[in-house]
Write a protein that binds this ligand. Structure first.
Ligand code: GDP
Length: 700
C-alpha cells in the first residue's frame, strides 16, 4: 500500500554533534519554529523531499545526552518517543553523532534503538576523520549495532544524499534492541513483563524511572506496584548505563580505530590560553568590546534609515490620505508602532550574528566554562553572561539569547534580571536629565561629573541585576538539577548557513512574537494621547486663540500651543493629572506624569513627550527642550521642577522601572505565561518608586 502521508523523521542527538547543521542541510529554509504546547522548549520542524517522491517532516528534537531526563528539553524527547499516538511520533529516528565523540554519543543511540523505532545512525563530522587519524569499519558497526549508518559531513555536505536515500528505506531497518532490558535485573523485569505482556519492557522502565507523561498507560498504577526505593532505582539506572557502555566499548574496539600520532594538539594549546585565569578574561572582554562597538556602529545606519523612513511614511500618509480618524490611526498609531518594532531588527540581527559565530566556532563553551563559577554564586549560569551584557544594547535580543541556558531556574532568573542592565533606550533619558541637573564640572581636574554620573548609572543597573539574581535564587522554589556539563567542542570555522538561519529565525521570532504586542500597546497609547473628553480637548484651537488674543502667535507657535493644550486634556493627560498625587512625593508634576505613562511603551518616548508638552514640537532642538525644562517652576513649591533632587529621583526611577512594553512582551513569549512579566513589572516599578521616593525626600 502506498501512503501519501509525509513520513515523520526525528533528529535526535547530544548537544554539539551538528544536529542543527544536519537539519539545515535536509530542510534548507523550509523551517518552522514554535514552542511545544505549554512549555518554552523550542520546537523546530522542517520539510524535506526525499528520493522516489517521498516527503518527510523533519523534527529537530532538543539536544539531549541520554533518556534519563534531567531537563524539560529531555522530557520533550522522551515523551514524544513513548507516545505512539502522538502525531509527531517518528516513523524513523536519526541519531546524530560526532565521529570524534562516538563512544559517548552512542549511549543515547542504544537507548533510542531499544524503543524499537527504526533508527539510523548518522555519524557526522566525517571531514575530521583524516585529521584526527580515525578510521571506521562501517559494515562491522552496522552489523553489531543492528542499524544502518550514514557517514556524513554536514559541513562539507557529503553523505547527505546517501542519508536521504537511506531514510526512504526506513521500513526495512531492524528494530531489534541493543540491550536486553531484563539483563539489568532479571527478577524485577520478568515480573514487569508478566504484568504488562503487551508493553515494551524498556518503555515501562522509562515510565517508572522518568517523570514523564505516558498517555497509553496508567503511570501511577505501574509506579505504585513496581516502585522500588529511590536509591534502588538509581542503582538500576547506573547498572543500565554501565551495561550500555560495556556493549558500546565492545563494538567500538573492533569498529573504530584512532591513530593517536595523527591527532594534533592545537586545540589543547588554544584552550589553555582561552580559559586562562587572567588571559581568558582579558580576551573575552576584548572580544565583547569589539562586538558591542560593532553592534552600535553598524546598527546606527540601518536604524536611522528605518527611523527616517517611517517618519516620512507617517508624514506622507497623513498628507495624502483624506483627513480623519482612520488616517490618524494609520499615520500616528500604526506606522510609528511598526517602525518601533522594526527599529530593533538591526541590533537583534547583529547581536545574534555574533553570538552564533561565537557558538559555532566553539569559543562560547570556553566563555561559559570561564564564567560559570562566578555566575553560579548569584544563581546564574556561565551562559547568563551573554544576555546580561547584551542587555546594555537592548533587553529584547538579550532575553532571547537566554534560550541556550538549559536549566530553567537559571534561565528564568536571567530573563527576570536582564532588564536592569542599562539599555540604549535609557540613554536619551539619562542624557537630558543629567544635562539638566548635574553640573558640567570636573573633579580633580579630570573626572567629568556628568560622565561619572552616567557611568554610575550603568554600574547601578548591572549591580542591581546581580543582586536581584541572588535574591531570586534564594526565594524561587524551582527544582531542576544543576549539574554543569563541561562540553568543550572542537574549534571550527563557523558555517555561514547556520549563522544565517539563526539570525533569520531570531529576527522572525521577535517581529512576529513580541512585535504584535508592541504594536497593540502603541495603538492604545496613540488613542489615549489623541482623544480626550470634553471641550478642553475638542475645542483646543478655540481655547488657545482666546488665551492668546492679546499677543497673536506665529503659525508654528500656535500649532505647538494647540498640541500642548490637547495633550494636557487628552486621556493620557488626564491620567497624568490623576497620578499626580502619587508622584508628587517623588518630586514630579503631572507633565512628568504624562511622560512616564507614555514612555511606558518605550523609555525613549520620554524625551519626545516632554518636547510636546513643553510645546517645542516641530523642530526638536534639544537645547530648546532643555531650556524650557530648566525654566519650569513647580507652582506648589515655587522651586524649579527639574532640580537636583527631582532629577536624581527621575534618574533612579528610570534606572529601575520596567518602562518598556517590548520587554514585557518578550518575557511573556519566552516564559509562556503572563505571570513572570507581570511580576517583573510590579517588582521593578515598585522598587523604582520606593527608591525615587526615598532619594527625593532625602535630597530635597
Ligand atoms: P547541534 O548543537 O548538535 O545542533 O550542533 P550544530 O549544528 O550547531 O553544530 C555544532 C558545531 O559543529 C558547529 O560549530 C558546526 O559548524 C560544526 N559542525 C557541524 N557539522 C559539521 C561537520 O560535518 N564537520 C565539522 N568539522 N564541523 C561541523
Amino acid at each position: 500500500m502506498v501512503s501519501n502521508r509525509n513520513i515523520n523523521v526525528a533528529l535526535i542527538g547530544n548537544p554539539n554533534v551538528g544536529k542543527t547543521s544536519v537539519f539545515n542541510q535536509l530542510t534548507g529554509l523550509n523551517q518552522q519554529v514554535g514552542n511545544y504546547p505549554g512549555i518554552t522548549v523550542e520546537k523546530k520542524m522542517g520539510f524535506c523531499k526525499l528520493p522516489t517522491n517521498v516527503k518527510a517532516n523533519i523534527l529537530d528534537l532538543p539536544g539531549t545526552y541520554s533518556l534519563n531526563a534531567s531537563s524539560i528539553d529531555e522530557n520533550v524527547v522522551i515523551e514524544l518517543l513513548l507516545n505512539k499516538n502522538d502525531k509527531l511520533y517518528p516513523d524513523v529516528a536519526l541519531v546524530v553523532t560526532d565521529v570524534e565523540n562516538l563512544k559517548r554519543n552512542l549511549l543515547l543511540f542504544t537507548q533510542i534503538k531499544d524503543l524499537e523505532i527504526p533508527t539510523i545512525l548518522v555519524i557526522n563530522m566525517a571531514d575530521r576523520m583524516e585529521y584526527k587519524g580515525i578510521t571506521l569499519d562501517i559494515p562491522y558497526l552496522e552489523q553489531h549495532l543492528k542499524t544502518k549508518i550514514a557517514l556524513i559531513s554536514s559541513r562539507k555536505g557529503f553523505g547527505i544524499d546517501a542519508l536521504k536515500k537511506l531514510i526512504v528505506t526506513y521500513k526495512i531497518i531492524s528494530t531489534e534492541p541493543c540491550l536486553n532490558a531484563s539483563s539489568i535485573d532479571p527478577e524485577y523485569f520478568n515480573t514487569l513483563r508478566k504484568t504488562f505482556p503487551n508493553q515494551l519492557l524498556y518503555k515501562l522502565w522509562l515510565v517508572i524511572t522518568q517523570d514523564v507523561n505516558f498517555l497509553n498507560l496508567d503511570r501511577n498504577e505501574i509506579r505504585s506496584s513496581f516502585t522500588k526505593s529511590h536509591s534502588d532505582l538509581k542503582r538500576l539506572q547506573q547498572k543500565e548505563t554501565i551495561k550500555r557502555y560495556q556493549f558500546i566499548n565492545d563494538v567500538l574496539k573492533v569498529g573504530l580505530k584512532i591513530d593517536e600520532t595523527v591527532a594534533k594538539d592545537f586545540r589543547s594549546k588554544l584552550d589553555r590560553v582561552l580559559t586562562h585565569k587572567v588571559w581568558g578574561y582579558v580576551i573575552f572582554f576584548l572580544i565583547l568590546f569589539v562586538i558591542f562597538q560593532s553592534i552600535f556602529e553598524w546598527s546606527k545606519i540601518p536604524m536611522d534609515f528605518i527611523d527616517s523612513t517611517f517618519a516620512s511614511l507617517s508624514a506622507f500618509t497623513s498628507e495624502k490620505l483624506p483627513a480623519g480618524v482612520l488616517t490618524n490611526l494609520i499615520s500616528q498609531g500604526i506606522i510609528p508602532g511598526i517602525g518601533g518594532i522594526l527599529i530593533f531588527i538591526p541590533q537583534i540581527a547583529f547581536l545574534f550574528m555574533f553570538i552564533s559565530i561565537l557558538e559555532e566556532s566553539g569559543y562560547m563553551s570556553r566563555v561559559v566554562f570561564l564564567m560559570d563559577k562566578i555566575m553560579r554564586k548569584f544563581g546564574l549560569s556561565g551562559k547568563s553572561v551573554v544576555p546580561l551584557i547584551s542587555g546594555t544594547a537592548c533587553a529584547i535580543p538579550a532575553i532571547m539569547a537566554t534560550r541556550n541556558i538549559e536549566n530553567w531556574k537559571e534561565r528564568l532568573i536571567t530573563i527576570l534580571v536582564t532588564p536592569f542592565t542599562t539599555c540604549s533606550a535609557r540613554l536619551p533619558v539619562y542624557a537630558i536629565i543629567i544635562g539638566l541637573v548635574i553640573p558640567d564640572e570636573r573633579v580633580f581636574g579630570i573626572i567629568n561629573m556628568q560622565g561619572l554620573t552616567l557611568m554610575l548609572l550603568y554600574l547601578l543597573g548591572f549591580g542591581m541585576a546581580i543582586f536581584s539574581a541572588y535574591i531570586l535564587n534564594k526565594i524561587l522554589k524551582i527544582k531542576g538539577k544543576t549539574y554543569f556539563v563541561v562540553e568543550m567542542p572542537n574549534y571550527k570555522l563557523p558555517l555561514f548557513k547556520n549563522v544565517g538561519i539563526n539570525v533569520i529565525e531570531k529576527t522572525k521570532a521577535f517581529v512576529f512574537g513580541a512585535g504584535k504586542i508592541i504594536l497593540a500597546i502603541s495603538i492604545v497609547l496613540w488613542f489615549l494621547a489623541s482623544y480626550g473628553p470634553g471641550e478642553n480637548f475638542n475645542q483646543a484651537e478655540k481655547i488657545v486663540l482666546e488665551k492668546t488674543k492679546d499677543k497673536p502667535l506665529s503659525k508654528t507657535e500656535f500649532e505647538n500651543a494647540v498640541a500642548s493644550q490637547k495633550l494636557e486634556n487628552s486621556y493620557i493627560g488626564l491620567m497624568g493629572k490623576t497620578i499626580e498625587p502619587a508622584i508628587s512625593p517623588l518630586g514630579y508634576d503631572w507633565k512628568i506624569g504624562i511622560a512616564i505613562i507614555s514612555s511606558f511603551a518605550a523609555r525613549e518616548v520620554f524625551v519626545g513627550t516632554l518636547a510636546t508638552i513643553y510645546s517645542v514640537g516641530g523642530n526638536e532642538n534639544e537645547v530648546t527642550i532643555k531650556n524650557k525644562m530648566a525654566a519650569e517652576i513647580n507652582p506648589v513649591t515655587g522651586e524649579k521642577i527639574f532640580n537636583f533632587a527631582s532629577g536624581i529621583s527621575l534618574l533612579l526611577f528610570y534606572a529601575f522601572a520596567l518602562q518598556c512594553a517590548s520587554t514585557l512582551a518578550i518575557t511573556k513569549k519566552e516564559t509562556n505565561t503572563w505571570k513572570w512579566p507581570l511580576g517583573q513589572l510590579i517588582f521593578m516599578s515598585g522598587f523604582a518608586y520606593i527608591v525615587a521616593l526615598v532619594s527625593y525626600q532625602i535630597l530635597k
